[in-house]
Design a protein around this ligand. Structure first.
Ligand code: ATP
Ligand code: MG
Length: 725
C-alpha cells in the first residue's frame, strides 16, 4: 500500500519535472533538488511560523526564514519549467541561499551564536552534488569556505544581539543541526540508491547489446552457411557426375557466391556509413525509366512466387540527379522485403511520381503481405531489428532497412512506412529533384550500375530449375520428406538423396507437417529456420502425434550454435547436422537412423512382452502397440471386424496406420491380426476344453480347414497334433 503510494507520488513528480529529450541522469538530478527543496521549505516554514507566534522578538531569524521561503518558492515553481539553463539557475539559487545565510550569521554575531545556520548553509552546498558538475560544486564549496573564514576573522568585531540568549541559541542550534543532518542523510541515501539503479540499468543495456550481437552473429553465420553448403555440395556433385551437373551446378555456385558477395557488401556499406566515408556519384538521367529497369530485375521472382508485380510510372520522364548505385540498393531492398513478406497470389506495386510542386519525386513500394504492427513500425529502420519470429525464420540480418534509410538520407531524402497487419505495407521514399550533375551519356540504363551492384541481383533472381527426372522406384526404398525453405538447398538435397530414397519435399514447417502426415515417411530431414512454422515447432508436433511419433527426424540447420542444438535434441530430434555438411556425413546419419528403426522392429514383430525400457519415445511406441493389440484382441472372435474399424477406433487414416504399423513392426495389420488369432488359439488348445472347431470360431476363423492350414504354417504342427502333445 505505502509502496504503491510512494511509487505513484514518484511518478507524479517525474511527470512534473520531465520534458521531451530529458535524459535519465538529468531527470534524477532535477528530482533530487526539487524534493530536497520541498523538505527544506516545510522545515523552514514550521520554524519561522513557530518563532512568529511564540517568540516574535527573534526578528533576525524570522526575517531570515521569510527570505529563505521566498527563494524556495521561486525555486519550486521555476525548476519544473526551466530546461536549458537549469544548472545555471540552481547555482545562483544555492549561492543566494548561502549569502543570505551568512549575512544572517553576521547579524547574529558569529559562528558560535549562529543558531546552527552554519550547518544549514553547508546543506545548501551539498545540494550542488546532484548537478554532477565538478566546477559548480567547487565554486559553491569555495564560497562557503571563504565566507566561513571571513566570519571567523570578523568574530572579535561582531556583537551578539539581545534576542539571542545562550539558551535560545543552543536549542535552535540543536533543532537546525538535527533536521539538517536528517535531510542530508535522506538525500545521500536516496542518491546512492539511484546510482545503483543506474548501474543496473547500464548493465541491462550492456546485456541487451551483447544479446543483439550474439543474434547478429547467429544470423550472419546462417546467412553465410546456407550459400556455402550449396557451393560445397554442388562442387562435389560436379566432380562425381560432371556430365549431368556441370551446367546447373556452376549456375548455382555462381548465384550463391553472388549472394555471399551481397552480404559482405552490405556489411561493408554499414561500416562505410558509420565512418562517414560513403561517397555519392550523382548522375543526371531519367529516374522513371531507371526505376522501371530495377523493377524488371524482380520480374522472375514475381513469376516464381506467383505475385503480381506492377509499376505505376510518372507519365513523363523525370530527368534529375541521383546516385544509381544507392538508388538500386534502396529500391531493391524495399522490393525484396515486399516479396519476402507477401505470400503467393499477392501483389507488389511500385510507384514513382512527382509531387505537386514538382520539387520532390515520391517513390512508393506497396505490398499485400503480412504487414507490421504499429508498435514495431518505428523500429524496423533500426539495425538488426526484425519483427518477431515470422521474419527471423525468413532469414536476413535486419540490416536491409537500416542501410536503406541511411542511403535515402545521404541523398537528402526521407523514408517512412505505413502498414496494417494482414493487409499490407507501404514504404514511401521522397527524394529532392535537382539538376546539377553531369548528364549521363549512357544509352542503356543498366550500364549506370557498376559490376558489384549487378552482382547483388544474382541472389534475388529466380532460382527455379527443373530437376533431372531420375527418380528411383519408390516402393522398394525408404521414403524421406525434406522440409526446407531454400529451394536451392532442397534441390541439392534431393539430388544427393534420390538414388537411395523416395524423396518428397515441403517448403516450410506447416506444409512439411501436412506432407508427413500424408505419406508417413521412413525419415524426415528438416531445416530449423523456416517461415510459417519453424523446424522445432514441426518437430514437436510430429513427436507428440502418435501417427508420426515413430519417424526419425534429422534437423539440418545453419544454427550450429550449442543452444539451438540442445533445444532440437531436447524436443526429440534424432540427429542434428550443421550446414555446411558433407554429403557422406548426411548419408551415414540417415542410414544409421533407419537401421536403428529396423532394430526397433524386432521389438514389435513378435507377440512377446516388450523388454523394460527407460526411453520415453520407445515407451510411447509401446503404448501405441499395446493399444492396437488390445483393440484387436477384443475383436478376435468378430470376423466382421476389419482394418477400417480399427482405423475408426484409433482415429487415423488407413494409409497412415498401414505405414506406421508396418514401419514399427514390419507386419501389415492383417498379418498381425492373424498372428494374434493363431496365438490365442494355441493358448486355448492347451488351457480350455473347447474343441478345435469351437476354438477356430472363438478366434474368428469361420473355415476350419483354413484355420488348420494357417496354424500349421505358423507353428509347424497341426492343431490336432498340438493338442495331443
Ligand atoms: P535483410 O534485409 O538484412 O536481409 P530483413 O529483411 O529481415 O533482413 P530489414 O529489411 O531491415 O531486414 O527489415 C526489418 C524487418 O522489418 C523485417 O525483418 C520484417 O520483420 C519487417 N519488414 C520489412 N519490410 C516488410 C514488409 N514489406 N512487410 C512486412 N514486414 C516487413
Ligand atoms: Mg530486408
Amino acid at each position: 500500500m505505502s509502496r504503491s503510494l510512494t511509487s505513484s507520488i514518484n511518478q507524479k513528480i517525474e511527470h512534473l519535472l520531465n520534458y521531451p529529450g530529458c535524459g535519465h541522469i538529468e531527470l534524477n538530478s532535477r528530482k533530487a533538488i526539487w524534493t530536497s527543496s520541498i523538505f527544506g521549505f516545510i522545515h523552514v516554514f514550521i520554524l519561522t511560523f513557530s518563532f512568529l507566534f511564540f517568540v516574535p522578538e527573534l526578528t533576525i531569524l524570522i526575517r531570515y526564514g521569510f527570505a529563505c521561503l521566498f527563494l524556495l518558492i521561486i525555486a519550486l515553481t521555476v525548476i519544473p519549467v526551466i530546461t536549458r539553463y537549469f544548472k545555471h539557475y540552481i547555482t545562483f539559487h544555492l549561492l543566494g541561499l548561502v549569502f543570505v545565510t551568512f549575512y544572517t550569521i553576521y547579524q547574529l554575531g558569529g559562528i558560535v551564536t549562529s543558531a546552527g545556520l552554519i550547518v544549514a548553509s553547508f546543506s545548501f552546498v551539498l545540494l550542488s552534488i546532484p548537478l554532477q558538475s565538478v566546477p559548480i560544486t567547487i565554486v559553491l564549496f569555495s564560497v562557503y569556505f571563504g565566507l566561513t573564514a571571513s566570519i571567523g576573522f570578523l568574530d572579535p568585531y561582531l556583537s551578539v544581539p539581545e534576542q539571542i540568549t545562550p539558551s535560545r541559541n543552543s536549542i535552535i542550534w540543536m533543532i537546525n543541526t538535527l533536521s539538517m543532518s536528517a535531510l542530508s542523510l535522506i538525500f545521500v541515501v536516496d542518491f546512492i540508491t539511484k546510482q545503483h539503479q543506474f548501474e543496473k540499468l547500464e548493465a541491462n543495456k550492456q546485456k541487451e547489446l551483447n544479446d543483439a550481437k550474439t543474434k547478429l552473429f547467429t544470423n550472419i553465420t546462417h546467412e553465410f552457411r546456407t550459400p556455402l553448403t550449396i557451393i560445397q555440395g554442388m562442387t562435389d556433385l560436379i566432380q562425381k557426375h560432371p556430365e549431368e551437373w556441370l551446367k546447373e551446378g556452376t549456375d548455382k555456385i555462381r548465384n550463391n557466391s553472388f549472394l555471399l558477395l551481397r552480404l559482405i557488401n552490405q556489411m561493408l556499406d554499414i561500416a562505410k556509413i558509420e565512418t562517414g566515408s560513403m561517397s555519392l556519384q550523382m548522375k543526371q538521367a531519367d529516374i522513371v525509366s531507371f526505376i522501371g529497369y530495377v523493377t524488371e530485375l524482380f520480374r522472375s521472382v514475381a513469376i516464381d512466387k506467383n505475385i503480381n508485380l506492377r509499376y505505376i510510372r510518372n507519365e513523363t520522364p523525370i530527368y534529375m540527379d541521383f546516385d544509381p548505385d544507392k538508388l538500386v540498393h534502396i529500391i531493391s531492398n524495399l522490393l525484396s522485403n515486399a516479396f519476402k513478406f507477401t505470400s503467393q497470389g499477392g501483389s507488389v506495386t511500385i510507384k514513382a511520381v512527382l509531387n505537386n510542386a514538382q520539387d520532390y519525386i515520391l517513390i512508393e513500394v506497396a505490398d499485400t503481405g503480412i504487414g507490421i504492427k504499429p508498435e514495431h513500425l518505428d523500429r524496423i529502420f533500426d539495425r538488426f531489428y526484425q519483427v518477431g519470429n515470422s521474419s527471423g525464420s525468413k532469414g536476413g540480418t535486419g540490416l536491409g532497412l537500416a542501410l536503406t534509410k541511411e542511403m535515402v538520407e545521404l541523398l537528402d531524402g526521407r523514408i517512412w512506412a505505413e502498414s496494417q497487419r494482414a493487409i499490407g505495407t507501404i514504404f514511401h521514399v521522397s527524394l529532392p529533384v535537382t539538376r546539377k550533375a553531369t548528364v549521363s551519356q549512357h544509352e542503356n540504363l543498366a550500364e549506370l550500375l557498376n559490376d558489384l551492384t549487378t552482382a547483388a541481383f544474382a541472389g534475388v533472381s529466380s532460382s527455379k530449375t527443373p530437376l533431372a527426372s531420375k527418380k528411383a522406384d519408390h516402393y522398394s526404398i525408404p521414403t524421406i520428406v525434406i522440409v526446407e525453405d531454400s529451394q536451392d538447398v532442397a534441390l541439392y538435397l534431393e539430388a544427393i538423396l534420390r538414388q537411395e530414397y523416395h524423396v518428397e519435399k515441403a517448403p516450410d514447417g506447416k506444409a512439411g507437417f501436412d506432407k508427413i502426415l500424408q505419406v508417413i515417411p521412413d525419415i524426415v530431414l528438416s531445416d530449423v529456420m523456416m517461415p510459417e512454422m519453424d523446424g522445432i515447432e514441426m518437430l514437436e508436433k510430429l513427436k507428440s502425434d502418435f501417427r508420426t511419433s515413430h519417424i526419425p527426424i534429422v534437423l539440418l540447420t545453419a544454427k550450429a550454435d550449442h543452444d539451438s542444438r540442445l533445444t532440437g535434441l531436447a524436443r526429440g530430434a534424432d540427429a542434428y547436422i550443421a550446414k555446411p555438411f558433407h554429403e557422406n556425413e548426411l548419408h551415414v546419419q540417415l542410414k544409421n537412423l533407419i537401421e536403428q528403426r529396423k532394430k526397433l522392429q524386432e521389438r514389435y514383430s513378435t507377440l512377446a512382452e516388450f523388454p523394460e525400457t527407460s526411453d520415453e519415445s520407445i515407451k510411447a511406441e509401446d503404448s501405441f502397440m499395446i493399444r492396437v493389440r488390445n483393440i484387436l484382441e477384443k475383436n478376435l472372435g468378430n470376423d466382421e471386424f476389419d482394418i477400417h474399424d480399427l482405423c475408426r477406433e484409433l482415429a487415423v487414416s488407413h494409409a497412415q496406420l498401414y505405414r506406421k504399423f508396418k514401419s514399427l513392426s514390419n507386419h501389415t495389420i492383417a498379418d498381425y491380426f492373424k498372428l494374434l488369432r493363431l496365438h490365442k488359439s494355441r493358448e486355448l488348445l492347451t488351457k480350455s476344453d473347447l474343441n478345435i472347431t469351437q476354438i477356430a470360431f472363438t478366434v474368428g476363423f469361420k473355415n476350419l480347414s483354413y484355420f488348420s492350414r494357417e496354424f500349421t504354417e505358423q507353428f509347424g504342427i497341426s492343431p490336432g497334433k498340438y493338442r495331443k502333445q
